[in-house]
Write a protein that binds this ligand. Structure first.
Ligand code: FAD
Length: 291
């Protein structure tokens, strides 16, 4: 099923994001995680891909696993470090595996790996359309502005090009202050971008996440999160509980404000997804008229 159809049917779409294991790693761990996640009944599960070279390596394999568990997969595809032939091969493999949804991404620049065929995700979107393969195409967006872009208005103008090229729904970068999302949503509407936008929520539940997310994402850290981190950084159980509570609170506020959906960055941690889903499942059911 095309994910766009889900937005037509539901007031709030709820999904998870996972990443594939390393090329040499055993499949058992991720298989178990996918099974547990699928029991939570998300609308879809997205599978990231590596941006290095033609490295969409295990994305198709894991997307197939998701599909085998009865959940719609969304496969991420990057382009900046790949040739058109490499991207075409990835798309053909996904299509042959019955994957119907892709998230078209530029990918992060990797020193010495960049090829000349693509500069922006919008070019990948046009390329996917040209192949004639029947994918529904999602794209990424940034409530706090993409880090390489000078200002948010320019970033939104560029986003409009991506949507006009054929993106039918958007997933946001993680953010911790919902006001940034609400402001962004208003700006998209003024810019004539009317595709559904799912809010990307990353539960900060482990010391290792805290270190990585804060250094890599560039997301603004509200005072409430700073207090949580400084108090519980060395207390794993407390950080887990506080991180789940913060993410739950963020999600409930977003749903209260009529967000089109929530995309939970679960980092392959089924336990965290279970806890948060338990907290929000009745709200989602009532919003979507399933009670
Ligand atoms: P683009 O939409 O191309 O935008 C990149 C920059 O170029 C922006 O600054 C934009 O303003 C600018 N720009 C766009 N079009 C133009 C134009 N025509 N002229 C001038 N400037 C322009 N990375 C991975 O490697 N693997 C993943 O699986 C992955 N999944 C992700 C999922 C989500 C939901 C998000 C938000 C990000 C993900 N990323 C992933 C990271 C992403 O690849 C990086 O953020 C990357 O730097 C930008 O990708 P993009 O698709 O948003 O690029």
């Amino acid at each position: 099923m095309h994910i766009t159809q889900l937005f037509g049917r539901k007031k709030a779409v709820y999904s998870f994001e996972i990443f594939p294991p390393k090329p040499t790693a055993d499949i058992a761990g991720i298989s178990q995680a996918v099974e547990r996640l699928s029991r939570l009944g998300p609308d879809y599960i997205s599978v990231t891909c590596s941006a290095g070279g033609s490295g969409n390596s295990r994305t198709a394999e894991i997307a197939k696993l998701v599909r085998a568990c009865g959940i719609e997969p969304l496969a991420h595809v990057t382009c900046i470090n790949s040739t058109k032939d490499e991207v075409r091969a990835t798309l053909e493999e996904l299509n042959a595996d019955g994957i119907q949804n892709v998230l078209a991404l530029r990918g992060d620049r990797v020193e010495g790996k960049q090829k000349d065929d693509f500069s922006y995700a919008s070019e990948l979107v046009s390329f996917i359309k040209e192949t004639g393969l029947p994918f529904d195409i999602g794209g990424a967006c940034y409530p706090e502005c993409h880090p390489e872009c000078a200002d948010i208005l320019t970033d939104i103008r560029n986003l409009k090009k991506k949507v006009d090229a054929g993106v039918t729904h958007l997933n946001t970068q993680l953010f911790f202050d919902n006001e940034d999302f609400f402001r962004f949503r208003d700006m998209l509407s003024l810019a004539g971008i009317d595709v559904p936008v799912q809010a990307g929520i990353m539960p900060l539940v482990k010391k290792s996440h805290v270190d990585r997310i804060i250094s890599l994402s560039g997301a603004k850290i509200p005072a409430k999160i700073s207090r949580m981190i400084s108090r519980f950084y060395e207390k794993p159980d407390a950080l887990m509980e506080a991180g789940i509570a913060y993410a739950t609170d963020q999600i409930i506020d977003l749903l209260s404000a009529g967000a089109d959906g929530i995309h939970l960055y679960v980092m392959n941690n089924a336990y965290v997804a279970e806890r948060i889903t338990e907290n929000v499942t009745n709200i989602l059911k009532e919003i979507n008229g399933q009670n």
